[in-house]
Design a protein around this ligand. Structure first.
Ligand code: GLN
Length: 450
């Protein structure tokens, strides 16, 4: 803990931490030491963990990197947080993120821009950018982030770490601040696949506080993660994406190098078509903004966090508090979401997008009934410069989520693992997607190709 605290201090300028729990972490470390001496320590004894500022920890600040939740202290812990603590993990602080987890660069935080440790002029990705830097730059061993459309996987690719998004409903969402509830998952960022597997094993599984969580038994991921494939695998990739001219050349080459290496091992790797590709991003952004606009209704200036100081009537209180509390990107999404849900446009946008989502899910599951995995790059470019995207070219930033939103729309598990660097030393991610609840198989395969 002392080592990590010193590192956090040394790298303060990266702006990773919204709050560090110095005294508490040191105290907990002493208690864990005593337990180890007695031989009754938990399975995560000494694992130092950081939480993205959307995951609740009882009696600690929680604000989704938003002024809207300024001063808010959570009265309860997320189920995932409780399960980590029960196994003697040490929580060292809460990490910055894009406000309410909306973004791909960690530039939309009320606490300011977060820098990538690999190149400080570049973004760490988002929205769990700080959580990825924290692991990549040794501020903690593991981070819990959230992934709605890539927020754990894309920052992992930008920082050379492992980013795991499980099947929707594998991990309880109790205590996770909602962005788009039918997409949101807690995810794990770690230095390697075995660490991510162990943490998933501890935090996954049924929970009476979350009615959507799966009742399925949680396999012992940490035991099987080192197993090599017992038979030859059948793997698919999408020709349109991996061969696309829009994909960065070095990323394309690294992806094909992996494909060739797998073929050399005797596995069958086939390029296939996915005709719904063009619909992924529009469907994702229609549905997530719709869900976000309703989820964020609760921040009214009365129940949580920020309340305007101006002397206004009740409606004015809601309006003023929200106008002052939310940042630009959050407001944009609330407006987009309200629009697609409005009576005149509901059928044209929202309900059509729901139907398309169903088609995406079914056709992806069909592919995964014939193939073991779908392989693709995590991102179309390596990390980009801070400030590259603004009001004028925002759509391009959204387009960058092409590869990651697929698994989120389909509710499937996916993982980003490091796949080398480009000529400037920027890290590249390889994404592996598997069928529902096939985390066990996905994790051991990821370890095998790592
Ligand atoms: N970049 C995507 C978005 O802004 C993903 C965010 C996320 O997964 N939380 O919606």
């Amino acid at each position: 803990v002392k080592g990590y605290l010193a590192r956090i201090e040394e790298k303060k300028h990266l702006n990773v931490w919204n709050e560090v729990y110095t005294e508490e972490a040191l105290q907990k470390a002493k208690e864990v030491d005593a337990k180890i001496a007695k031989g009754n320590a938990g399975r995560l004894a000494g694992m130092v963990v950081g939480l993205k500022d959307v995951i609740a920890y009882k009696d600690h600040g929680l604000q989704a990197s938003s002024n809207m939740l300024d001063g808010y202290v959570s009265p309860f812990s997320a189920t995932a947080t409780d399960r980590l603590l029960a196994e003697d993990a040490i929580i060292i602080g809460r990490q910055s993120c894009d406000e309410f987890a909306m973004g791909s660069s960690n530039e939309n935080s009320a606490f300011g821009v977060v820098k990538n440790n690999i190149d400080e002029t570049r973004v760490p990705g988002g929205s769990s950018g700080a959580s990825a830097v924290a692991v990549s730059d040794d501020h903690c061993l593991v981070s819990l982030g959230s992934d709605t459309g890539g927020s754990v996987r894309q920052p992992a690719a930008f920082t050379g770490t492992v980013g795991l998004k499980p099947t929707y409903s594998r991990i309880s969402r109790w205590g996770l601040i909602a962005y788009a509830s039918s997409f949101d998952t807690i995810g794990v960022i770690a230095n390697n696949v075995p660490d991510a597997s162990l943490v998933l094993e501890i935090i996954a599984g049924q929970d009476e506080n979350d009615a959507t969580v799966s009742q399925k038994e949680v396999p012992a991921y940490s035991k099987t993660v080192e197993e090599k494939p017992k038979e030859k695998l059948k793997i698919a990739y999408f020709k349109e994406t991996v061969e696309s001219e829009h994909l960065n050349k070095e990323i394309s080459k690294k992806t094909f190098d992996k494909i060739e290496a797998l073929r050399a091992e005797g596995h069958e790797v086939e390029g296939i078509e996915f005709p719904l590709l063009d619909y992924l991003l529009p469907t994702y952004y229609i549905l997530t903004t719709a869900e976000a606009s309703t989820n964020l209704e609760r921040f009214d200036g009365v129940r949580y966090g920020h309340r305007t100081k101006e002397n206004v009537d009740l409606e004015g209180l809601y309006k003023k508090s929200r106008s002052e509390g939310f940042g630009t990107e959050v407001k944009r999404r609330i407006m987009l979401g309200t629009f697609v849900l409005s009576a005149s446009y509901y059928d044209a946008y929202f309900s059509k997008a729901q139907k398309v989502r169903r088609m995406i899910k079914e056709s992806t599951e069909k592919i995964l009934s014939e193939y073991d995995f779908i392989l693709m790059p995590t991102t179309s470019t390596p990390s980009f410069e801070i400030g590259k995207y603004g009001e004028n070219n925002l759509l391009e930033l959204y387009l960058g989520d092409l590869y990651t939103v697929h698994a989120s729309l389909a509710g499937l598990p996916a993982i980003s693992i490091p796949n080398g660097e480009d000529k400037d030393g920027l890290t590249i991610g390889l994404q592996i997607m598997a069928n529902r609840f096939e985390e066990e198989k996905m994790l051991s395969f990821s370890q095998y190709v790592s």
